[in-house]
Design a protein around this ligand. Structure first.
Ligand code: SF4
Length: 323
């Protein structure tokens, strides 16, 4: 732990039970998140990246206690979220907000934008009068680039990018310190994506926000992240400062993900590493290194022994027997 840690995630696990039919006996367990640990430092953006189903969104939801963890702990400013009672949890919820992937389904279609953005202000009693609340909603809308005159409209009257801006205003309304952005741009047109990223960066400076930015593509998090954590099959396999990770990836999975990103400079060549097949089932993760069934560098030890996540260079953590 450092004094700068806003959030500490410790050995977080989530196993979902699935029924297998009458004659199968014990229900199977999906190891969605299987021992994830990291710190989030105040004011930083940590990108959390991996293929779909790797457990990154579940990790975000566990941190906010939108779903209950199987094991582990999450400390927000030193307070255990999992041990918090109802009133403590309510106070913590104000400090931690989420922006969802799909701006189409995450906004209540029967509420006006004023009601959507103002809901948290009402719940947490942040304004004394209706007039004060309306002023605050107007100010928030302006900050995210939506005209306050549009606050009486409904979500379906806005484009995808505008709806995501409304989602951002809703998150900001309760003065959070941490925002978990769960694939906030993947449902948007490419032309809009950069605008939303720029907006999030501006707001981070203005409000001194800390972001956990979840994405399935390393390209998306490159510019916004101070550090990046790569997840595979429920575990973090590499975590490093952003520049270091992109310049010197160590884990073969990170190498493969990066090799798929086109380089703008045509004179620079990068060997494409093709990832074979899909990730194995999280119901029965492979023994040893979970990545060994797809790894282009695997050797004897890899399918027998699970590598630990170790700091192999200063601030550069990798779980691979090669280091
Ligand atoms: Fe590949 Fe072995 Fe490293 Fe796993 S431990 S990433 S299989 S080289």
């Amino acid at each position: 732990m450092t004094n700068d840690s806003l959030l500490q995630v410790r050995d977080l696990k989530k196993y979902f039970e699935i029924k297998r039919g009458f004659f199968w006996g014990e229900p199977a367990k999906v190891h969605a998140v299987d021992g994830v640990s990291f710190d989030l430092l105040r004011g930083e953006t940590l990108g959390l990246v991996g293929e779909s189903g790797c457990g990154k969104s579940t990790t975000g939801r566990l941190i906010l206690r939108l779903i209950e963890a199987t094991a582990g702990d999450v400390l927000f400013e030193g307070t255990s979220i999992f041990k918090a009672g109802k009133s403590e949890m309510r106070a913590l919820r104000q400090r931690m907000q989420i922006i969802f992937q799909d701006p189409y389904s995450s906004l209540n279609p029967r509420m006006t934008v004023e009601q959507i953005v103002g809901e948290g202000i009402v719940i947490h009693k942040l304004c004394k009068t209706r007039h004060e609340r309306r002023e605050r909603v107007a100010d928030l809308l302006q900050k995210v680039g939506i005209s306050p005159e549009q606050m009486h409209r409904y979500p379906h009257e806005f484009s995808g990018g505008q709806r995501q801006r409304v989602g951002i205003a809703r998150a900001l309304a309760v003065n959070p310190k941490l925002i978990i952005a769960d694939e906030p741009i993947s449902a948007l047109d490419v032309s809009i994506q950069a605008q939303v990223i720029n907006l999030l960066e501006d707001l981070q400076d203005q409000f001194n926000l800390t972001y956990l930015f979840i994405a399935h593509d390393l390209r998306v998090v490159e510019h916004i992240s101070d550090r990046v954590a790569v997840m595979y099959l429920g575990k973090i396999v590499e975590l490093a400062d952003s520049q270091e990770l992109y310049a010197k990836p160590m884990h073969p999975y990170t190498e493969a993900l990066l090799s798929a990103i086109p380089i703008p400079d045509p004179t620079t060549k990068r060997r494409r590493i093709i990832l074979e097949g899909d990730p194995p089932s999280p119901i029965n993760p492979p023994k040893g290194c979970r990545f060994h069934t797809r790894c282009h560098k695997r050797f004897d030890r890899c399918d027998k022994e699970e590598p630990a996540l170790r700091e192999v260079d200063p601030r550069h953590w990798v779980s691979c027997h090669l280091y």
